[in-house]
Design a protein around this ligand. Structure first.
Ligand code: NDP
Ligand code: 8X3
Length: 253
């Protein structure tokens, strides 16, 4: 039977790489992000290449009303979601707590925590109805260990870690798999967004490293969704070889 994956934040980075990966394996796709032009060109590309069906659902995950209106009104043929990749998220700024920008904090918490919760809450009734499904929550090494100047972003990803555990516990009785992926440094648009378009500073994050790619992360997510029905990976922490955890790097390349 045709399978469906719903990916938030599919206009770049991990979400886009997941869209390519799942389409290559014949999944139909529901793709979310705010940049509609990017969603449309990705749709065109993947339909041409893999002949899959794609539904675009452009909305801001911070917008509670938009999340529930869009997901509650999915056409019936799109309601049988097999996999939700709850990936939309961002960091904004990297600085001491006492120098932090409240707007940046609010955006990170609203997107990474509340947005992820809204989308899961809206999708879960479909998974419960079909008595199966898999939620992949995008965490981070920053949600496992706090680093200097990480404060609000780390807090948002610690919350994702907690929600991932909470969802698995609360959905246990419905037979729904819940997995968190916690990547380390991966070269996507993440750092350009974090440093607000300052490409030189964004690049420094990866100095001396062969960082993870979006495709590396998509490959791991794909793997988690291909295991036998009775097997659930609870969480995975993934770094490049030159990163030991959220703090220690071997910058030699
Ligand atoms: P990118 O910046 O490349 O992609 C982020 C995606 O999230 C974009 O598609 C963006 O789409 C979407 N997004 C952001 N805000 C919203 C919003 N309010 N509503 C809907 N979509 C939104 O970054 P990554 O792919 O690297 O990041 C994806 C996830 O992985 C994030 O949760 C991030 O925290 C996490 N992560 C990243 C790591 C890294 O080093 N790259 C490591 C660990 C975790 P648009 O702007 O079009 O809305
Ligand atoms: C992104 C990885 O180390 O920049 O979540 O926080 S890090």
């Amino acid at each position: 039977m045709q399978k469906i994956v719903f990916i938030t934040g599919a206009t770049a980075g991990f979400g886009k790489a997941c869209a390519e990966k799942f389409a290559a394996h014949g999944y139909d796709l529901i793709l979310n992000g705010r940049r509609t032009d990017r969603l449309e060109s990705l749709q065109k590309e993947l339909v041409n290449k893999f002949n899959v069906a794609i539904l675009l659902l452009p909305f801001d995950v911070r917008n509670e009303k938009a999340v529930f209106e869009n997901i509650n009104s999915l056409p019936e043929e799109w309601q049988k979601i097999d996999v939700l990749i709850n990936n939309a998220g961002l960091a904004l700024g990297r600085g001491y707590f006492d120098e932090g920008d409240l707007d940046d904090w609010n955006t990170m918490i609203d997107t990474n925590v509340k947005g992820l919760m809204y989308v899961a809450k809206a999708v879960v009734p479909y998974l419960i109805k079909q008595k199966q499904g898999h939620i992949i929550n995008m965490g981070s090494v920053a949600g496992k260990q706090v680093y200097e100047k990480g404060n609000a972003y780390c807090a948002s990803k610690f919350a994702v870690d907690a929600l991932n555990q909470a969802l698995r516990i609360d959905l246990l009785r419905h037979g729904i798999k819940v997995t968190a992926i916690h990547p380390g440094a991966a070269e996507t648009e993440f750092s350009i967004v974090r440093f607000k378009g300052d490409e030189a500073t964004a690049k420094e994050i990866y100095d001396g490293l062969v960082p993870l790619t979006a495709e590396d992360v998509a490959e791991v997510i794909w793997y988690c969704t291909t295991l036998p029905a009775h097997v659930c990976i609870n969480e995975l922490v993934i770094t490049c070889l030159q990163q030991a955890d959220a703090i220690y790097f071997n910058r030699t390349t």
